[in-house]
Design a protein around this ligand. Sequence first.
Ligand code: GMT
Length: 378
Amino acid sequence: MRIGIVCYPTFGGSGVVATELGLELSKRGHEIHFITYSQPVRLELLSNNVHYHEVNVPEYPLFLYQPYELALSSKLVDMVKLHKIEVLHVHYAIPHAYAAYMAKKMLQEEGIYVPIVTTLHGTDITLVGSHPFYKPAVTFSINKSDAVTSVSQSLKDDTLRLFDIKKEINVVPNFIDLVKYEHQFTDCKRAMMANVDEKIITHISNFREVKQIPDVIKIFYNIQKEIPAKLMMVGEGPEREPAERLCAELGISDKVVFFGNSNEIDKILCFSDLFLLPSLTESFGLSALEAMASGVPVISSNTGGIPEVNVHGVSGFLSPINDIEDMSKNALYILKDDTLLAEFKANAKATSKKFGIHAIVPQYEAIYEDTLKKCLIL
Ligand code: GMT
């Protein structure tokens, strides 16, 4: 199949899922066209069947806001015609599903029919999409998609609760290339980051308010009071600076490393003992799954789709949002006993296996095929 993929190319779960999906589909013989405003961060190699088409938005001083949706829908029309793209898969409803619908309508005028598959990722529904400013357009573009998927049952439930949705929503969970996270302990450059007696705690995110960064710092503060430990903070975003200030106030700056964005998540997780994800809301928690696949247990909040990934008492622990004391207690329970820690590490890895790339990607292929078949009947 010739598949067009639209996503946010930056660091962030939806872009990562879209990119890994495209790369895996290309290995399975499909021709993939990424259409976005810059090359997706995890898309390193282009090849005969992996293409990237940049959406340019010319700056015009008259406009206070440059019309990205318009540029994207025009680019989609051009690319569908030029490369004979058969299916458009858009990740993140805003504004991608809307722009794709406009492209579909323009193409229909020329007798070309291209079905739209929309994948809902989380904040496009729970935080941004349900805002009254966007809600009518988001509802419309979800209902006008030919197929809709969500990355967890929890996100599906939220979508049905928050919007008037007439379309069936298929749950297709986030996935992971398990091989990429298959490493031996000896591969990890652990000694670079911590002394042998120190435990390594890690957090990875885009440092937005929803991630509750101060909670991460406070949980770590409680941990390091009882056992030698280091904290690895990976990612960039508005909460990073306040987090650095909080570490200074608490007198723990020498125990916290801020990495910024990294393309070497697997290497950082390789030497980690515990992962913290105390988010306010999280449709799935891809970073938690990446940690688990590396054999790192997860201490998280019990919000959204996280309980579908992190199994309480098995791959880690779940606590109520902002319950710093409970999260600290659970973290210390795992970290203080090396035998228990080894058990949780093994469990985390085992739990991640059900989200292997080879189990999930065929579900998307089946949706493309089904959607194409339906549109041939029309
Ligand atoms: O977590 C973020 O803020 C980034 C966001 C995104 O759209 O890139 O992540 C969302 O999509 C990921 C991939 O499906 C999910 O694993 C994340 O849980 C989800 N984030 C939220 O729901 C807050």
